[in-house]
Ligand binder design. Structure first.
Ligand SMILES: *Cc1c(COP(=O)(O)O)cnc(C)c1O
Length: 233
């Protein structure tokens, strides 16, 4: 069996196991396969294993991959998620090629994404990126800022605000991982209770997905455990 297929099955088993262990419902955690730096063939292998949601960090690379699959495999319903830092001169490409954006952290970007979302596409699904690790992480805003930003984004016509995303500082200790996820989960629960479209908490990567699921993640973003280590040379 191809190693990507085997890895995906293993990651799905780990997700199911973690989900059951903390008493959460089956299928309450979605798997986003993070394919940044990986070739089209690797994505095709993952698609063959039943994976349909992919995360990309670099606009040009993600656009090329999305275009490739739209052209050569229009029958496969792939969902493309943009999860990297956003420069304002790239919002048009993001708005026209992606289904989700996880990394919105200022109103200027949200407004551009809404204005530039093509009319033939459904509203863009947006998560607000929160930084719970203080100065150690450069992207994301505080939880208070995120709540205010969500209020503003709700008024934009071509965006559906779906929830929160976070990339905590890497920690190997389970308790430390939970300490970073817990405040986010608490804020997510209260947002979900007050805003109808909020249903997604994007947290957990290859090294901390078990803790993220125990803390209430609804979407884990997994790269290395599926595609292997990345080569940035
Ligand atoms: C690269 C990346 C991931 C995947 O990380 P792994 O540790 O390889 O699973 C998840 N989320 C974001 C935002 C990333 O940039």
């Amino acid at each position: 069996m191809c190693h990507i297929k085997k890895n995906i099955q293993q990651v799905r088993e780990e997700i199911d196991h973690a989900t059951h262990k903390c008493g959460r419902l089956d299928h309450s955690v979605q798997l986003l396969a993070v394919s940044k730096t990986k070739p089209i063939e690797a994505i095709a292998d993952a698609v063959a294993a039943g994976q349909t949601a992919f995360g990309e960090n670099y606009v040009q690379e993600g656009v090329e991959k999305a275009d490739y699959f739209a052209k050569h495999h229009p029958e496969v319903p792939i969902e493309w998620h943009f999860i990297g830092p956003i420069q304002s001169n790239k919002t048009r490409l993001i708005a026209s090629h992606f289904d989700w954006v996880h990394s919105v952290d200022r109103i200027k970007i949200a407004k551009r994404l809404s204005e530039q979302r093509p009319a033939y596409l459904p509203p863009l699904n947006v998560l607000v990126q929160v930084n719970t690790s203080g100065e150690a992480s450069k992207s994301g805003i505080t939880l208070d800022e995120a709540l205010a930003l969500i209020e503003e984004i709700q008024a934009l016509p071509n965006i559906t605000v779906r929830g929160l995303m976070s990339i905590p500082q890497p920690e190997t200790d389970y308790q430390h991982q939970c300490a970073a996820f817990a405040p986010l989960a608490k804020a997510f629960d209260s947002l979900k209770a007050s805003i109808e479209t909020i249903d997604t908490l994007s947290m957990g990567m290859s090294g901390d997905m078990t803790a993220a699921i125990a803390c209430g993640s609804t979407m884990v973003r997994i790269g290395t455990a599926i595609f292997g280590a990345r080569d940035y040379r």
